[in-house]
Design a protein around this ligand. Structure first.
Ligand SMILES: [Mg+2]
Length: 385
């Protein structure tokens, strides 16, 4: 009797080559949120993008990215470059194992923060490669619930924007088909915040979805007072009313007020998100896949949050998050930011308040010539097939 052959699952293709780029993405105008008005940060003029391109021996490819706002870009690039040789010769399908390998290689400098944000570019590229090879969009590879997602605009409502300009921006967003508007608040003078929100509500009408974001600049008494004063405006949510690590404070606001509380964009590990989920520190949880270390840890947060009954509204990077949001059980929101658009050839489509999930393989993104021109550092590892 001959032994039956060992079943072969999938193929045995291997990662042969990768390229890392550090890209300095300029912003059209310097950006200020509440952290600038309270003197904690300077206005932001560019985003440091970390881009990873992978290729296998059989010629399959993947594209992934991560980012740093203000400081941190060169550190992310250096950390990723140091870890990159760990991927060469590995099977690109084993994403969970590869994520662990990269994470543990740098674990002495952290299993959150910059160390994991550097891994995100590889993790996203591995998922992109897997979906492209399957001929599926990333959303479909993961298991889509919908082919479009509600979207709201943030970029028109920053604090450096004068009120009249802000109201004009909301008109332009609505003409484009955006389904909601978010305003920044959290100024030292809370009366100015309330005035801007009141004028925007009047301008948009009672029923148009409106959110506010205080970017962590209130203390607990101010947050309680503001949440109470904002109740009549019928907001979709109040975002980051408190320091991003104040789980207990956020949970108290979520219990006390009818307006939903949103937070989570600054958290850089599933462990940090777990505290908010466990203590019900948010109604809307806002994970950011690049900040978390990629799609792999994002999926872990998603499962925990959905099991606990929270709604997800991923932060920034709509080009990636539109695919992830398409898989969420409860109807999510994605954040419309034009900032990353010049990096890619493709544009996302918006219709009747919703962002359409691209049906191209993988993320459906190609790096633009402009992105190549803005590259400030790059390195290749392995042999290009
Ligand atoms: Mg925010």
């Amino acid at each position: 009797m001959t032994a039956s052959p060992t079943p072969v699952c999938g193929n045995d293709d291997r990662i042969a080559w990768l390229r890392l780029r550090s890209i300095a993405l300029p912003l059209p105008t310097p950006i200020s949120d509440a952290k600038v008005l309270t003197g904690r940060q300077k206005p932001m003029t560019e985003v440091a993008m970390l881009v990873a391109e992978l290729q296998t021996r059989e010629g399959h490819s993947g594209l992934g990215f991560s980012y740093a706002k203000r400081a941190g870009g060169p550190g992310q690039y250096a950390h990723a470059l140091e870890l990159a040789p760990n991927l060469i010769g590995e099977n690109p399908s084993d994403i969970a194992r590869l994520w662990d390998r990269l994470c543990w290689a740098g674990a002495s400098v952290g299993r959150s923060g910059l160390a994991c944000q550097a891994i995100a570019a590889f993790d996203v590229a591995l998922w992109d490669l897997k979906a492209r090879r399957a001929g599926l969009s990333l959303a479909r590879l993961l298991g889509a619930q919908r082919d479009s997602v509600r979207c709201y605009n943030t970029s028109g409502g920053f604090l450096h924007t004068p009120l009249e300009q802000l109201l004009e921006n909301t008109d332009r967003s609505r003409e484009k088909g955006i389904g909601g508007i978010k305003l920044k608040v959290g100024q030292p003078d809370t009366a100015l915040d309330l005035h801007r929100v009141g004028r925007a509500r009047e301008h948009l009408g009672d029923r148009f979805p409106l959110m506010v974001d205080a970017n962590q600049q209130w203390d607990r008494p101010t947050a309680r007072r503001m949440c109470r004063q904002l109740e009549p405006f019928g907001l979709i949510w109040i975002e980051e009313p408190l320091d991003c690590y104040d789980v207990e404070g956020h949970a108290e606001l979520a219990r006390l007020f009818d307006t939903p509380i949103a937070t989570g964009e600054m958290l850089t590990s599933p462990a940090e998100h777990w505290e908010f989920i466990r203590q019900r520190g948010a109604d809307f949880l806002m994970p950011d896949a690049p900040r978390l270390g990629g799609i792999t840890p994002y999926l872990r947060v998603q499962t925990l949050a959905e099991q606990a009954g929270l709604t997800l509204a991923p932060h920034f990077a709509m080009e990636l998050h539109v695919h992830l949001a398409a898989t969420h059980v409860r109807e999510p929101w994605v954040e419309h930011f034009e900032w990353l658009e010049p990096l890619f050839e493709e544009r996302l489509e918006i219709r009747e308040g919703r962002m359409l999930v691209p049906n191209r393989p993988g993320l459906g993104l190609t790096l633009s010539e402009q992105a190549v021109a803005w590259t400030v550092q790059q390195a290749e590892v392995g042999d290009r097939p």
